[in-house]
Design a protein around this ligand. Structure first.
Ligand code: DX5
Ligand code: ZN
Length: 229
């Protein structure tokens, strides 16, 4: 996984067919996905429940790009080794999930993964000021986490602050929630490079009609890059 700031589209399989994850992952990757975003929810930190480390481990052989695992769970630390064993490339924990995010990020790196830190909409950019050398990715939530298909919350001023705080460190800014061709240019212009999109990638397509995924991914990427159809 090399570092660059080009726009990367990370479809969230939260919007995929839950009975068919293997083929769904292959379909989005064959249609241009750069990363695969996996939303882990525990019914406690967020009011929804998805899947755990055993399912994530089963996804691994299907993911040929980057397996980007977003933990919406509390606590995080007892599960870090399980997600390393599952093969996560990036493991992201929420800063709001506990009092010791500094230790959590160290533990994620020590387990051999890239460490990400996610910020809920109510959490300011300054919360990561002392974490910038401990992380490879800052995930700016542009919805309150828990569900796909929610309305985008404008966090462009937070993204700009983070971009300036990061400077030339190799730290990605990821945006998660409500990303589509209308919101992608706002976040890209503010400094984001990894765009998670669930409903906007999967809508209208299926594993039997994967070209729709390709068109959806292309539309988001082109909009983020300032290419207008
Ligand atoms: C929300 C998740 C997101 C979500 C994005 O809690 O972290 O990754 O799936 O879905 P859309 O793109 O539909 O807002
Ligand atoms: Zn997510």
């Amino acid at each position: 996984m090399s570092f660059d700031r080009s726009i990367k589209i990370a479809p969230s399989i939260l919007s995929a067919d839950f009975a068919n994850f293997g083929q769904e992952i292959q379909a989005i990757e064959s249609q241009g996905a750069d990363w695969v975003h996996i939303d882990v929810m525990d019914g406690h930190f967020v009011p929804n429940l998805t899947f755990g480390p055993m399912a994530v481990k089963a996804f691994r052989p299907h993911v040929k790009t980057v397996m980007d695992v977003h933990l919406m769970i509390a606590p995080v630390d007892p599960y870090i080794d399980a997600y390393a064993d599952a093969g996560a490339d990036v493991l992201t924990a929420h800063i709001e999930a506990g009092p010791h995010i500094h230790r959590t990020l160290q533990a994620i790196r020590a387990a051999g993964m890239k460490a990400g830190v996610a910020l809920n909409p109510g959490t300011p950019a300054e919360a990561v000021a002392h974490l910038l050398d401990l992380t490879e990715l800052i995930c700016v939530m542009t919805v309150n986490p828990g569900f796909g298909g929610q309305k985008f919350i404008d966090m462009t001023s937070k993204i700009r602050s983070l971009r300036s705080m990061i400077g030339d460190r190799p730290v990605h800014i990821e945006i998660d929630g409500g990303v589509d061709p209308s919101t992608a240019p706002l976040v890209a212009e503010a400094g984001a490079d990894v765009l998670v999109a669930g409903s906007a990638v999967f809508k209208g397509g299926s594993v039997d009609d994967p070209d729709v995924y390709g068109a959806n991914i292309r539309n988001i990427r082109d909009a983020a890059n300032g290419v207008w159809a």
